[in-house]
Design a protein. Structure first.
Length: 380
């Protein structure tokens, strides 16, 4: 089925791109404590509480992880931290860190991914709709009543990791935009897929590494398979996030990540640098690497990420035009959902995306970055 693409742009809003300094900031006195795989989480926590109390240390748990990994997010003073570093059953400890979303008619991006070469032909030819697949959008929430999410395909998960009274609603815009690109009925690729929004970033687009681990842990435990996990955010590299993504991948969830907007090595950030993430860099309408897009060996391919139009939470019919690797990531999440809906096995999705990609189309792809562009079209 072909859809004609409108070329008139009524409004443009470019989201601010976070600075490298913002993405490297750790949270004072807050840590992610990862336990050995064989421990009983609740029993070990009880023992640690007793041990910390014996040295009059501070031990305030904010999150507990059971599925993707075992552990806790916790506020510790120096005495408690020193004790936990040598405690039996503790695998490793790392500082919590500030995380931020990688911001940024049908979009030109849909037009680009269904053809090998420029110029664009002003149409998007669907190769399937992802019916029966669920796309989990870990982000700022969603306006599930938007016309892009026709037929009740989108819902807010009741688990809101921000806990600021918004109850999963999108007060920022990033999550609704990304969900629309992945699976919206107007602006999206997988137009029959279900969408579940899990909110872990606040109205300013900020969260924490521990909330990211919590959201991945929760998704791994509750996801309805086949499933894709769209992660358009970034934080300084954290082993706990990598471990959580590995567990999600091993449970047959497809983890797709934005490369980042710092024009830097994507391997230095999470989730982009996780070996199990399918990491996506951004290209523009002329097949240039976006000036802000991160790059490197952790990137699998490029996808459209400049001036992408999608749904906005401003109203049930509103749209916005943003730029960022955040916009590239849900293009790939949508294509992965289409392939899953067409019967491709989860363990074969990564190879399918890479092998189908259009080769040597990107200018200035940077040395060490695969010069491959997302493709969803006839393969013969």
């Amino acid at each position: 089925m072909k859809f004609v693409i409108a070329t008139i742009l009524l409004a443009a809003t470019v989201a601010a791109i976070p600075t490298l300094k913002e993405r490297l900031a750790t949270i004072e006195d807050r840590y992610i404590v990862v336990f050995e795989d064989t421990v009983d989480v609740d029993a070990l926590v009880s023992n640690l509480e007793v041990d910390v109390a014996s040295v009059a240390g501070e031990f305030e748990i904010t999150r507990t992880f059971y599925t993707a990994l075992k552990g806790i997010a916790v506020k510790l003073d120096e005495r408690a931290l020193k004790l936990l570093r040598v405690a039996r059953g503790v695998k490793y400890i790392e500082s919590d860190a500030i995380a931020r979303v990688d911001a940024a008619t049908e979009s030109w991006g849909l037009d680009r991914v269904d053809q090998r070469d420029l110029p664009l032909d002003q149409s998007f030819e669907m190769q399937g709709d992802g019916a029966g697949v669920t796309v989990y959008v870990l982000d700022t929430g969603i306006r599930e009543t938007h016309e892009d999410f026709d037929g009740g395909r989108a819902r807010r998960d009741p688990m809101d990791f921000v806990d600021d009274g918004w109850n999963g609603a999108d007060c920022h815009g990033h999550g609704t935009h990304c969900a629309g690109t992945a699976a919206g009925g107007i602006h999206g690729i997988a137009r029959g897929a279900n969408i579940v929004s899990i909110r872990l970033f606040d109205c300013g687009g900020f969260g924490s590494a521990s909330d990211i681990v919590s959201a991945i842990d929760y998704t791994t435990a509750t996801a309805q398979r086949p499933a894709v996990m769209s992660m358009s955010f970034g934080v300084v590299r954290r082993n706990a996030i990598d471990d959580a993504i590995e567990a999600a991948s091993n449970s047959q969830i497809i983890p797709v990540a934005a490369a980042g907007n710092s024009d830097n090595d994507a391997c230095t950030f999470s989730p982009a640098g996780s070996p199990k993430s399918f990491t996506v860099a951004a290209s523009d309408i002329n097949d240039n690497r976006a000036y802000f897009s991160s790059f490197g060996s952790c990137v699998q391919l490029f996808a459209p990420g400049v001036d992408i139009t999608s749904a906005s939470p401003a109203s049930d019919v509103a749209t916005a035009t943003w730029s960022g690797t955040s916009m590239a990531c849900p293009h790939v999440a949508g294509v992965a959902a289409v392939h899953l809906g067409n019967g491709v096995a989860p363990e074969d999705i990564r190879d399918r995306l890479v092998n189908d990609a259009s080769v040597n189309k990107i200018y200035d792809s940077e040395d060490g970055t695969p010069n491959k562009l997302l493709y969803l079209g006839p393969t013969n």
